[in-house]
Design a protein around this ligand. Structure first.
Ligand SMILES: [Zn+2]
Length: 234
């Protein structure tokens, strides 16, 4: 309470700059893991201790996405700072931050295999230990929703609240993932695509074997509590 206002503003500025750099760098991971084409796909990160988040600008190529190109929005999705318009998915990100206070990062892609499951409106069944670890069960499908109001955000939040998964496949659209920070949400986006691809291939070869629910619980619990503290790499 005794901190002078100017000092507080300075602290926030440093934190926003750090987030701008982190979120910009994480967009390169979407490219590296081949989760995006053209300018589709976006990462955002909540600025800790504030009602702000940093997100990708709309329509800027991945090669040009440096820290300065990122934009800062409030939790209603209004532009607070930046030279570009925020991503067209900003309202969905903002809705998630408003309703899930534990979420510090959100990612959206149209990655091929995950989106193929979304096109069929089919959840990815939990038939891999890594899926049990990461998602605690199937990767659920959210409702069909049009862009332009809170429909996408509401569909994401309602589906995630009913699941242990940090990922939802919005029907006919694609995956949205969340995490405690932007990096964790990007990791979930990478894992969703990997699991969706492997289970797709398994389906082509025959019937994947389900994992018993108690084993899913045990795997998820161990991974989240033993490995979760060190970044979740088993
Ligand atoms: Zn999309």
């Amino acid at each position: 309470m005794s901190t002078p206002p100017s000092r507080l503003a300075l602290d926030r500025r440093a934190e926003v700059q750090r987030l701008r750099e982190e979120v910009a760098a994480l967009h390169a991971e979407l490219v590296r893991y081949q989760l995006v084409v053209w300018t589709a796909g976006n990462v955002s990160g909540r600025v800790p201790g504030t009602d702000l988040f940093v997100i990708k600008p709309s329509g800027v190529s991945y090669d040009a996405l440096d820290a300065d190109a990122m934009v800062v929005c409030d939790l209603d999705g209004n532009l607070v700072e930046g030279d570009h318009q925020p991503s067209s998915d900003t309202a969905a990100h903002a809705y998630v931050y408003r309703h899930l206070p534990e979420v510090g990062g959100v990612v959206h892609t149209h990655s091929t295999y995950a989106t193929a499951w979304a096109a069929r409106g089919e959840a990815v069944p939990c038939v891999l230990t890594m899926a049990a670890d990461e998602f605690g069960g199937e990767i659920p499908v959210g409702p069909f929703a049009l862009i332009g109001d809170d429909s996408i955000g509401r569909g994401i939040v309602d589906t995630l609240r009913a699941s242990r998964s940090p990922a939802v496949l919005m029907q006919n659209h694609g995956p949205f993932t969340v995490g405690t920070d932007a990096r964790a949400a990007v990791k979930a986006a990478v894992m969703v695509e990997d699991v969706a691809r492997t289970v797709h291939l398994a389906r082509l070869l025959g019937d994947p074997v389900p994992i018993a629910p108690e084993h899913v619980d045990a795997l998820h619990d161990r991974y989240q509590h033993v490995y979760g503290q060190t970044g979740g790499v088993a």
